[in-house]
Ligand binder design. Structure first.
Ligand code: ASP
Length: 327
């Protein structure tokens, strides 16, 4: 009987320990972006602002609950990005911008900070959720980056949803292309999406998805599917997802640079991100921003433009979203 009592007490102590661990020991964090650009309150109607906030919040709340319920950072990153890809509001998935030829060529990547494994797709036009294809490349192939037709064949083989190219048609983006063509403007840089998460097991993951730059030509690929440029994750340092003028983000190896500054210079994530975005890139006249989480759960959201759709949440901070310069 005594032994029985002892077992019951140990069990009760164990349950209490688990509860305390949940409340105080675990530390998850999530941060998202929906693209950086030089936009202000006057450029986006109030209704649209509400739509953006609601969609960012929906994605963030989902990510927060995945992590709260002991889901992995990779699961959170994929699911959150899928929500943003399925919305026509962002330049990723459904809302992707158009190329000069009037087509859509989408790029995405994902990285696991625990194993340093990564997957990416570039220039795909029929995969509904490029982020899921990127994840499959990471988990089910020996490669890191698959492009164009081959990526589509792989995605189909993996059982991912394939759509007709007309799925990516949105009037707003098509009109933007026509406007750019007549004005000979080259770029429209807002709406790429990204997510970085740290889960209750201490693992960091990062992902990015985009339609690239409106009016792009010749199979142009930006930084978003390039590991080390648009996306990077390492449990020893941080996870990063970028948005901005991709050519510069590739040349400055932005996502990896932030990780390297933490690793080799002992910088804090905010300091490192601020240096790369507001010093190096600004001096190069490159617009953009990034989001990140370090191994201790510190979050950064840094941009050198007037706006960046963004939001974050942690185990002890409710989800919050922002668009302009507000802190
Ligand atoms: N970085 C993306 C690209 O260059 C665009 C963006 O983030 O808005 O393709």
């Amino acid at each position: 009987m005594k032994i029985f009592g002892l077992i019951i007490s140990i069990f009760i102590y164990y349950l209490i320990f688990l509860q305390c661990h949940n409340a105080y020991g675990q530390k998850y964090a999530i941060v998202i972006h929906g693209g950086a650009g030089n936009f202000s309150e006057n450029d986006i109607s109030e209704t649209k602002q509400l739509e953006y906030s609601a969609k960012l919040m929906e994605a963030l709340v989902l990510g927060d609950s995945i992590l709260k319920n002991n889901g992995t950072s990779l699961q959170a990153v994929e699911q959150v990005i899928k929500i943003l890809e399925d919305s026509p509001l962002f330049n990723a998935g459904k809302g992707a911008v158009f190329t000069n030829a009037g087509t859509n060529e989408l790029d995405a990547s994902i990285m696991d900070g625990k194993t340093l494994k990564a997957g990416a797709v570039a220039g795909v036009g029929d995969i509904k959720n490029p982020i899921s294809a990127a994840l499959k490349v990471m988990t089910n192939s020996n490669h890191v980056l698959l492009a164009g037709k081959g990526a589509s064949i792989f995605a189909r083989e993996q059982g991912l949803e394939i759509v007709d190219s007309s799925y990516f048609y949105t009037e707003e983006r098509f009109k933007a292309l026509e406007k750019q063509k007549s004005a000979e403007e080259q770029i429209d840089k807002k709406g790429t999406v990204g997510c970085v998460a740290l889960d209750n097991f201490g693992n960091i993951a990062a992902g990015t998805s985009t339609g690239g730059m409106s009016n792009k030509k010749y199979g142009r690929v930006g930084d978003s599917p390039i590991i080390g440029a648009g996306t990077y994750a390492d449990n020893q340092t941080c996870g990063i997802s970028c948005t901005g003028h991709g050519e510069f983000f590739i040349r400055y190896a932005v996502a990896y640079d932030v990780s390297a500054l933490i690793k080799y210079k002992g910088m804090q994530i905010n300091e490192a991100a601020d240096f790369v975005i507001n010093d190096k890139l600004k001096n190069a006249k490159a617009d953009g921003g990034l989001i990140g989480i370090d191994k201790n759960g510190n979050i950064c959201m840094v941009f050198n433009t007037t706006g960046m759709f963004r939001g974050s949440a942690t185990n002890n901070k409710k989800p919050e979203v922002f668009m302009f310069g507000e802190k």
